[in-house]
Design a binder for this molecule. Structure first.
Ligand code: ADP
Ligand code: MG
Length: 242
């Protein structure tokens, strides 16, 4: 397991006249096993921040720590993280089992351990009876659970979620939210969860980071953010009582 530390993290896209700074020095200390939600309006830099932690986007300034390592220069595969996206492309020709096992097979893990890991993940996600099906034979919610299963079997130190629920209808979204909470209770993996939905943030977060235009406006528990918003932006975005 691992803590995450963001130290004056900056992101600039483009070069010269085209340069655009989209993250303006974010500082945050996330404890081992915490579930943190990063929330803010579209375009405020949530995905960019997450992708820098994942190693999918170069860091323009500052440091990202995972555990006791600065990971700025590490490839995604060296960071011991797993990411769940909104567009969870599964391999259509592979069964649920094969979809979950694929990432372990290419790492040459022995088949017995692969089976153990997939069975454990399938148990947690209630996918045990679906392991032989193909993605097209699953509902949207089941597919999203397979995508989470694929991340779980890696047994990463850190989970990164980028709006994984936004393609689901309201009922499924609520259900999958519960799945994610259960997952965190059982596995206790340090998690960063990005959403633009303040209700989702308030329900899921142990602590939440509220972003606006590349700045961290507030970092606190849902109660603190709701009752003691740090700015008028936070108050109006969260809908705090006046
Ligand atoms: P969010 O996930 O909160 O919607 P993003 O991190 O996707 O926000 O984007 C933050 C800002 O960075 C936006 O202004 C967006 O247009 C810009 N941006 C994102 N990706 C790129 C890119 N690859 N090149 C240039 N600008 C980008
Ligand atoms: Mg985004």
């Amino acid at each position: 397991m691992a803590s995450i530390s963001l130290r004056n993290v900056v992101k600039k896209y483009g070069k010269g006249k085209q340069e655009l700074q989209v993250i303006h020095g974010v500082n945050a200390e996330v404890a081992d096993r915490e579930f943190i939600v990063i929330v803010g309006p579209s375009g405020c830099g949530k995905s960019t921040l997450l992708r820098m932690v994942a190693g999918l986007e170069e860091i323009s300034g500052g440091e990202v720590w995972i555990g006791n390592r600065v990971v700025n220069q590490l490839e995604p595969a060296e960071r011991d993280i797993a990411m769940v996206f909104q567009n969870y492309a599964l391999y259509p020709h592979m069964s649920v089992f094969e979809n979950m096992a694929y990432g372990l097979k290419i790492r040459k893990m022995p088949i017995e351990e692969i089976k153990q890991r997939v069975d454990k993940a399938a148990g947690i996600l209630e996918l045990g009876h679906l392991l032989d099906r193909k993605p097209r034979q699953l509902s949207g919610g089941q597919r999203q659970r397979v995508a989470m299963g694929r991340a779980i079997v890696r047994q990463p130190q850190v989970f990164l979620f980028d709006e994984p629920l936004s393609n689901l209808d309201a009922k499924l979204r609520a259900q999958t939210r519960l799945e994610i909470q259960k997952l965190h209770r059982e596995l206790g993996i340090t998690s960063l969860f990005v959403t633009h939905d303040q209700v989702e943030a308030m329900t899921l977060a142990q602590r939440m980071i509220v972003m606006n235009a590349g700045n961290m406006e507030q970092f606190g528990t849902p109660e603190e953010v709701y009752h003691r918003p740090a700015s008028t932006f936070v108050a109006s975005f969260i809908g705090s009582p006046p």
